[in-house]
Design a protein around this ligand. Structure first.
Ligand code: UDP
Length: 335
């Protein structure tokens, strides 16, 4: 049993990771500034003795130092979330990613952490639409497009992590997460599946950007967390990037139709010009599918949920949430 600092532990994925760590008997100190998360997400665990909540940012170096000093290892998930926020606050995203990660790694190094898990992102591949092995090229557009600032920031995170490993011996695990979805993911930051689920159940048209032929591969959040935990237990995973995601690829148009069918919804699809949805010059990525042989070879991991099961679970959560809202319940951040 160990004590783990989980940055971003009140976020969508962080909450599931926190739950899994507590369930296996670890203690968790969540460091979260609640800008895109909600303490209410952790409410169900608040009576568990193993959980401590520290409100604050990873930009607060003394807070990171103080929490690191009492922990055995770190899971660093705190980062800007979603397209919308990156567009609205590119500077905050970049600072949080680059400076925050440096604080986390430096503190872990100083306090001899057994390991640091860094959640990176498929965004590091940029516009590369080919087979995304971990060693695939990163193809980035101009610096005037903020999507690439996020990509560059997370790439710097990876370089920092590998530097701490190679030069200073801090064991780092770098997991590149692809589209991760599941109950509790907010629709407020642009993520497509919670948006489609909410639209379908509210009887609104599903807003498909562009012609809907762009593809993504969606992985269920508990599967992603299982991969993260398996990687942190695997010494051979140290110091190399590892893709974590589903290889089941779907066009966004097909996703919309599958959500409509599963919801039994009478809504239709409404095509929205991508530039109209993103007047600030954001760029669409036409295809993104991970190649996941590395994580399989390292840990034996495979996702358990296929896309239909994922859609079902997200719809079920959305039905429950809107039912609660109708009865006057509350939920944070437009979940
Ligand atoms: N998307 C869409 N309608 C929406 C929200 C998103 O068609 O209401 C598309 C978006 O353009 C992208 C895909 O769904 O092609 C996934 O978007 P998301 O923001 O979930 O993830 P990311 O683009 O970061 O992979």
């Amino acid at each position: 049993m160990s004590k783990v600092m989980v940055t971003g532990g009140a976020g969508f994925i962080g909450r599931y990771l926190t739950a899994a760590l507590l369930a296996r008997g670890d203690s968790v100190v969540v460091v979260d500034d609640f800008t895109t998360s909600d303490a209410a997400r952790l409410a169900e665990f608040r009576h568990q003795p193993g959980l401590t909540l520290q409100e604050g940012s990873v930009l607060d170096q003394s807070l990171v130092e103080q929490v690191s000093a009492e922990c055995d290892w770190t899971a660093h998930l705190a980062a800007a979330v979603g397209v919308r926020r990156i567009l609205d606050r590119p500077l905050a995203s970049l600072r949080g990613n680059v400076l925050g990660t440096e604080h986390v790694l430096a503190a872990a190094q100083r306090h001899h952490h057994q390991r640091v898990l860094l959640t990176s992102t498929s965004e590091v591949y940029g516009r590369n639409t080919g087979t995304l092995y971990e060693d695939a090229d990163r193809l980035l557009g101009p610096t005037t497009v903020s999507r690439w600032s996020y990509s560059a920031g997370k790439t710097v995170d990876e370089f920092l992590a590998f530097g701490y490993w190679r030069e200073l011996g801090l064991p780092v695990i770098v997991a590149r997460l692809f589209n991760t979805v599941g109950p509790g993911q907010s629709s407020a930051y642009g993520a497509v599946l919670p948006r489609f689920a909410a639209q379908a159940l509210a009887g609104e048209d599903l807003t498909v950007y562009g012609d809907g032929r762009q593809t993504r591969s969606f992985c269920y959040v508990t599967d992603v967390v299982a991969a993260l935990l398996a990687l942190t237990d695997q010494p051979a995973a140290v110091g190399v990037p590892v893709n974590v995601g589903s290889e089941e690829e779907v066009t966004i148009l097909d996703l919309a139709h599958r959500v409509l069918r599963a919801a039994g919804s009478a809504s239709s699809v409404r095509f929205v010009d991508f530039q109209a949805a993103h007047p600030d010059g954001f760029e669409e990525v036409p295809r993104r599918r991970p190649e996941t042989s590395r994580v399989r070879e390292l840990t034996g991991w495979r996702p358990r949920y296929d896309l239909d099961a994922i859609i079902e679970a997200v719809l079920e959560h959305e039905r429950h949430r809107t039912g609660q809202l109708a009865q006057g319940g509350v939920s944070g951040h437009g979940e």
